[in-house]
Design a protein around this ligand. Structure first.
Ligand code: MLT
Length: 397
């Protein structure tokens, strides 16, 4: 009989977000009267722009007619959509061959790991989006190097610690801290990667939330990045596609292996072998999202989420709590020195009826923090802020 893949012994028993869900449901079962406010997982709550829904409905109906039915599309994604992504997000700086439409970042991460292979030394920010660590372990990484990101270092890691890594995951605006990295920070990262021959997988899922014009929305705004970085992006947070599933990845033709060979043809081979392309219906919605009307709807939704973040942040700051993120990010990273994150999670849940994510779930450097998500409805953000103000003694003791 087959033996268990030994790498599972290195994984935590459960993935963070289902564990939060489990605890939330357990609380609900014992407190059916409690009205919970969910500031936990970063899941969109606002509807997609109407133009997106209409395009998806139209595509679905086309599937019912012999003259317009369509089967498999290109694994890399529809040309029209790749062209639009290159135009809107990269000012046509990439050819169609370098743009790959995905069904979202999580599954793309598995394909990227399949591309890069086992036995890698991987650098991750700590705290970190848990998928980067868990998928590296599943693909049998030799070593995971933790790069602490704390208030003391402005959440920018000491890159020297990543010397000898094959790969670094980097995320800006950051999940979970909500911190947005400056051009200087990203220049430092790219210079390090070039000098140390490290590949960067850059997670730009939250870049549409960046408000300050001077902060890069893409790693490719940094000179030299095309030689060292793959950028992964998603429609989930951009356009509320968490349930629709769509994203994209940029693999520049300049990107090379240590022996000088190009990475792009191997990536295409992986995508064509392991993926049959994102659903045509999602892609129709994705295309509509990038029309003038779609983009306007997206902007309006993001403005609402950012206003919710502002209200939540203000409620915490008013009580003297150190809070990070929330300005160009839907995430608020609140610091409660001396408390453990899981105790804080329980306190928020039991006393305030607010679901958060314990910071330590994102890594050891998250201990003493909780993450609040502003992807809730606006009215829930207002309610949560009121509860936090009303029960302030629970937060500050
Ligand atoms: C989060 O809440 O950190 C993520 O958005 C969840 C996810 O994308 O998997």
């Amino acid at each position: 009989m087959i033996r268990r893949n030994q790498t599972f012994a290195r994984l935590e028993g459960s993935y963070l977000f289902p564990e939060i869900e489990r605890r939330k449901e357990a609380f609900r079962a014992t407190h059916p009267e409690a009205e919970l406010i969910n500031l936990g997982i970063g899941d969109a709550s606002l509807p997609v722009p109407a133009v997106v829904a209409e395009a998806m409905a139209q595509k679905s109906l086309e599937m019912a007619l012999p003259e317009s039915f369509s089967g498999y599309g290109p694994s890399e994604g529809l040309k029209e959509l790749r062209k639009r992504i290159a135009h809107i997000f990269y000012r046509d700086d990439f050819s169609l061959d370098e743009v790959f439409v995905s069904d979202g970042s999580k599954s793309e991460m598995c394909r990227l790991q399949a591309l890069l292979g086992v036995g890698l030394k991987v650098g991750v920010q700590n705290p970190v989006y848990p998928v980067f660590v868990d998928s590296s372990i599943i693909f049998d990484a030799k070593e995971i190097v933790s790069l602490p990101c704390l208030p003391e270092n402005n959440f920018f890691p000491e890159l020297r610690q990543a010397a000898g890594c094959d790969l670094i995951y980097f995320c800006s605006p950051n999940n979970p801290t909500g911190v947005v990295y400056s051009k200087e920070h990203l220049e430092e990262l790219v210079a390090f990667a070039i000098e140390n021959r490290v590949l960067i997988i850059y997670d730009a899922a939250y870049s549409p939330f960046i408000q300050q014009g001077e902060h890069p929305r893409s790693i490719y705004e940094i000179e030299g990045a095309k030689e060292v970085a793959i950028e992964v992006c998603s429609y989930s947070k951009l356009a509320g596609f968490t349930g629709i599933r769509l994203g994209w990845t940029i693999v520049p033709k300049e990107l090379r292996y240590a022996d000088g060979g190009p990475i792009l043809p191997d990536w295409r081979r992986i995508v064509q072998t392991l993926f049959n392309g994102a659903s045509r219906i999602s892609q129709a919605g994705g295309l509509a999202a990038l029309t003038t009307e779609g983009l306007q709807g997206i902007e309006e939704n993001i403005a609402i989420y950012l206003e919710s973040a502002r209200i939540l942040k203000e409620a915490l700051v008013a009580q003297g709590i150190s809070v990070f993120g929330g300005d160009s990010s839907p995430y608020i990273w609140a610091h409660f020195p001396g408390k453990t994150s899981w105790d804080l999670f329980e306190e928020f849940l039991e006393e305030l009826h607010i679901v958060t994510i314990p910071g330590s779930g994102f890594g050891t450097s998250g201990e003493g923090f909780v993450r609040l998500s502003a992807f809730c409805s606006y009215s829930d953000a207002v309610k949560a802020a009121e509860v936090m103000k009303r029960k302030q003694e629970l937060l500050i003791t």
